[in-house]
Design a protein around this ligand. Structure first.
Ligand code: SF4
Ligand code: SF4
Length: 280
């Protein structure tokens, strides 16, 4: 039975696609973005035990197999474990079956338009997604994939057949800037941008706007806008330092991107044909 590491499930979200949606966040991501604001989702727990010693209420233990066990009932959600983890992980992960996730979806079902899978990077759980989406479709709900673009959708399009579409991050198009930000080749992301557009499965593109990075921001926004035109939404996201690892904040920015500055790039996107560009 296929299982996947689930970081958390938000039963009702209105920021993860159209309408009210259940958002499912999976653990694990192949990127290591400088600006990641939830770095505790990057890796699976290595059972090093550091967090166990720091939990103030004894909600973490090590079992006979040297695995860290989280006690949900005892946990007071102080997030001390996440703050002290040296491996960008969390001990509060649940390995869930599709049926266990479906129980949560069914509970929310009367009030939602669909589900959105996110992360981390949800496409690392491709087989799980295919099974989950097939079940959700039977409820008459839609399924959206929130992705960093690292999965080759053209090589394996099965998940797209049971999904409404993809919300794709395009973080950087210039190679040097991409390599500084992400530690992962950008080619597959740009290939996905073209492929998803071509098959009509691109719901939205998102680009983060960094403070005082005129050239880099402009290059990315211009490239995306000229590609997508009016065929999908373009969410221009202001960089915010909350949750970003301290050493990275020093490199990338201690302050959030000014709204007027971000609006400049949304205006550029619209000028280049991306009529559905907007700032959040
Ligand atoms: S979030 Fe829960 S498990 Fe983590 S340190 Fe706090 S009480 Fe312990
Ligand atoms: S969550 Fe982090 S600190 Fe805790 S055991 Fe796992 S790797 Fe170690």
């Amino acid at each position: 039975m296929v299982k996947a590491p689930v970081n958390k499930i938000i039963p009702f979200s209105n920021v993860d696609g159209p309408g009210n949606r259940t958002s499912i966040f999976f653990q694990g991501c192949p990127f290591n973005c400088l600006f990641c604001h939830n770095p505790e989702t990057i890796h699976l727990c290595r059972n090093c035990g550091v967090c166990v010693k720091n939990c103030p209420v004894g909600a973490l233990n090590i079992d006979a197999d040297y695995k860290v066990i989280w006690n949900r009932e005892k946990c007071v959600q102080c997030d001390t474990c996440i703050k002290v983890c040296p491996h960008d992980a969390s001990p509060k992960i649940q390995w869930m079956t599709v049926e266990e996730v479906m129980k949560e979806v069914r509970r929310a079902s009367p009030y939602i338009a669909g589900i959105t899978t996110s992360g981390g990077e949800c496409t690392l759980q491709n087989e799980f997604l295919i099974e989950l989406f097939s079940n959700v479709l039977k409820l008459g709900k839609t399924c959206l994939i929130d992705s960093n673009g690292s999965f080759d959708f053209e090589a394996d399009p099965r998940v797209l057949k049971v999904s409404e579409g993809v919300m794709l991050d395009v973080k950087a198009v210039e190679k040097g800037w991409n390599d500084e930000l992400i530690s992962f080749p950008r080619d597959i992301v740009l290939k996905n941008l073209d492929y998803l557009l071509q098959i009509g499965k691109l719901y939205e593109v998102r680009t983060l706007i960094f403070p005082n990075r005129d050239r880099e921001n402009e290059e990315t926004v211009r490239y995306v806008a000229e590609h997508i035109r009016d065929r999908c939404f373009y969410k221009i996201i202001r960089y915010r330092p909350y949750g970003v690892r301290e050493k990275n904040r020093k490199r990338i920015g201690e302050f959030e991107t000014d709204l007027d500055y971000a609006e400049r790039f949304a205006a550029l996107a619209r000028e280049k044909g991306a009529t559905k560009a907007y700032v959040v």
